[in-house]
Write a protein that binds this ligand. Structure first.
Ligand SMILES: Nc1nc2c(ncn2[C@@H]2O[C@H](COP(=O)(O)OP(=O)(O)OP(=O)(O)O)[C@@H](O)[C@H]2O)c(=O)[nH]1
Ligand SMILES: [Mg+2]
Length: 359
């Protein structure tokens, strides 16, 4: 699963990309605006993984991950720039919104930037819909195919929604309709996190920034989240470790780096949850789309396990932690369940898969 960074030039996208992925791509206040694409992998912090690792003391601890792509900024009204395969292929968008002061860029206007981007995404989709409807109409005139007529009906409905400035992420679709339009990779259909990059001088206002900037209503829209971060401060936090980091965060009035929340928000926005596998070799969080069946979840561990799936032994995180990781005790308490292939794996469950590899 992949999230795409989007936003105006110099809003702090690459700075945030570095924070999310632990990369060190150069950022610049002024440059020629050369379009460069960066991709990286973000690790999702999870205190449950930390706890499990402290119990099992494994050789390896692996956190859940997702992919991040960072592109050059897109100027206001430069809609064509949105129509790239990187944006189209992203499963969700992370919109970096400048709220820090910068003389060259002028006063920040986060609320307007969010509205403008939403509009751009809607207009980009409307162009695609209009073009397709024109072609459908011509082809239906020539030869009336049921599939074409059906698609025309769906697209006509979407056109009306878009014309009313409703992003497609807020439009309810039947599974059939969703399947029919998947190929268009509509931009306004992607879940979006607007991440406000607050001024370092206003870091204390971080938690109240959303309300202060008048973004409370936007946060209530379908598949939309609003978060905040001070990218420059987080970059400093990332340079520190252990007690030094804790002390610095405490000075800022933060319990943990703000980027942790952004990472968790992105993960949730992508519709991902984690199940865990534990043992002395490895404690690991496995990302799966919410609603994944046990057999498919097994497939994320290994395709052989999916193919030869017999049963999943499932326990809750809390129950396992309460018995300090003792599976014998867990079984004695009747807290380990055997589930079949259609069982829906839930966030935080500890799974062990029984399987049989066909020779
Ligand atoms: N004061 C301040 N400066 C920031 C902040 N975030 C980023 N910057 C600065 O803004 C400049 C641009 O940051 P980038 O992360 O490169 O921005 P970008 O959105 O990737 O820019 P383009 O890719 O050129 O569109 C750099 O000089 C950063 O140090 C912030 O929170 N506060
Ligand atoms: Mg950049």
């Amino acid at each position: 699963m992949k999230i795409g960074l989007i936003g105006l030039p110099k809003s702090g996208k690459t700075t945030l990309f570095n924070l999310l992925t632990g990369s060190k791509v150069a950022t610049a206040r002024y440059d020629g605006g050369r379009a460069e694409l960066h991709t990286g992998v973000a690790r999702v912090p999870d205190s449950r993984v930390d706890r499990l690792a402290s119990i099992f003391k494994p050789k390896k601890t692996t956190y859940a991950t997702f992919e991040v792509v960072d592109l050059a900024g897109i100027e206001r009204g430069e809609r064509a720039g949105l129509d790239t395969k990187e944006f189209r292929n992203a499963d969700a968008l992370l919109h970096v919104v400048r709220a820090f002061a910068d003389e060259a860029l002028g006063a920040p206007a986060p609320k307007r930037d969010i509205e403008d981007l939403d509009t751009e995404l809607i207009l980009a989709d409307l162009e695609v819909v209009d073009r397709r409807l024109e072609r459908l109409e011509a082809s239906i005139k020539k030869q009336r195919k049921d599939a074409d007529v059906k698609e025309q009906a769906i697209l006509t409905r979407l056109k009306h929604e878009l014309e009313r400035e409703t992003p497609l992420r807020a439009v309810a679709l039947t599974p059939d309709e969703a399947r029919a339009i998947r190929g268009y990779t509509f931009l306004s259909q992607k879940p979006i996190l607007h991440c406000v990059n607050v001024d370092e001088k206003a870091i204390a206002d971080g938690p109240t920034a959303i309300e202060k900037l008048g973004l409370g209503r936007a946060a209530q829209r379908a598949q939309t989240r609003i978060g905040w971060v001070s990218a420059v401060i987080e970059a400093e936090v990332a340079e520190l470790a252990g007690d030094e980091q804790r002390a610095f965060l405490a000075d800022l009035g933060l319990e943990e780096p703000a980027i942790h929340r952004v990472l968790s928000d992105c993960y949730a926005l992508l519709g991902l949850v984690s199940f865990f596998t534990v043992g002395e070799d490895e404690v690991r969080a496995w990302p799966i789309p919410e609603g994944t069946r046990a057999q498919a979840a097994a497939g994320t561990v290994h395709s052989d396990i999916e193919r030869g799936f017999i049963r999943a032994e499932v326990a809750s995180y809390d129950d396992l932690v309460a018995v300090e990781g003792s599976f014998a005790e867990l079984r004695a308490r009747g807290q380990q369940r055997l589930e079949g292939k259609d069982y829906i794996v839930r966030d935080g469950e500890i799974c062990h898969f029984r399987f049989n590899v066909a020779k």
